[in-house]
Design a protein around this ligand. Structure first.
Ligand code: GLU
Length: 257
């Protein structure tokens, strides 16, 4: 009996289609950031908000699904997706070949590059001095490894979440934080002149929506929804809402035929 049940489970997991399962369930459980404004964060009303949130809400609507949110961090997001704890990741996640060995990614929907955020008093330091100092990065993010490869003399200090790194920088325990430019710009803006972003980016960070591997119907539907958001103007609207300007680069839109 046990063997039969196991075989049935195996057959159903091989032939089940994630999109169909979601349609039965009627909602999408999205893994999103709670600490990475303006992509995913808790707003002043206590609600989950941000660019990734607006985009995933749009994608869910296109799939005829409701959406619910679950917090993920840079270090646990891929694990939670693979375990089935979330259906999808909309979590400021750069599409890399290493990550692509574990999960699948949508077309790139946002294009960033990592920068350095420093205390104002250090903004005049030479790049060389900073490269050899204490640089905060977040566990599981691309930024720490990228930076160490480029500047082997740097000392990378890893934090679990972004607010911890920010507190450490403000307290003068580290010399800089390296992560994507959009987050750095917003932190500098919110700091009343105390923090500055250095005018240089070191990497290319194209963001993708993450899903488990080999679910091509699900992936096609997500890609189509992203393209639809570009075509009907929603993408530009939500971009302008969160970044105060129109996007310089749009996600690609494939032709109909
Ligand atoms: N985009 C980078 C990454 O995927 C940094 C932002 C993040 O930690 O999510 O690692």
């Amino acid at each position: 009996m046990k063997t039969i049940l196991f075989l049935l489970f195996l057959i159903s997991s091989v032939f089940s289609d994630k999109l169909e399962t979601l349609k039965d369930k009627q909602f999408l459980l999205a893994g999103v950031k709670y600490d990475y404004e303006p992509f995913g964060f808790v707003n002043e009303k206590g609600r989950i908000d941000g660019f990734d949130i607006d985009l995933i809400k749009y994608i869910a609507t296109k799939l005829n699904l409701d959406v619910k949110f679950k917090q993920v961090t840079s270090s646990n997001r891929i694990k939670l997706l693979k375990e089935g704890a979330v259906d999808i990741l909309a979590a400021s996640m750069t599409h890399t070949f290493k990550r692509d060995k574990e999960i699948d990614f949508s077309i790139s929907y946002f294009f960033d590059g990592q920068a350095l955020l420093v205390n104002k008093k250090d903004a005049s330091k030479t790049f060389k001095d900073l490269y050899e100092s204490k640089i905060g990065a977040i566990k599981g993010a691309t930024s720490g490894n990228n930076f160490k490869k480029l500047f082997p003399k740097s000392k990378i200090i890893l934090f679990n979440e972004y607010p911890q790194a920010l507190r450490s920088l403000k307290g003068g325990h580290i010399d800089a934080i390296t992560t994507d430019l959009s987050w750095c710009i917003l932190q500098a803006k919110k700091s009343n002149g105390k923090l500055k972003v250095l005018p240089k980016t070191f990497s290319y960070e194209p963001y993708g929506i993450g899903i488990i591997e080999n679910e091509s119907n699900f992936l096609d539907a997500i890609n189509e929804a992203i393209a639809d958001s570009v075509i009907d103007g929603t993408y530009a609207n939500i971009y302008e809402k969160w970044f105060g300007k129109l996007p310089a680069k749009l996600p690609e839109v494939w032709s109909e035929e």
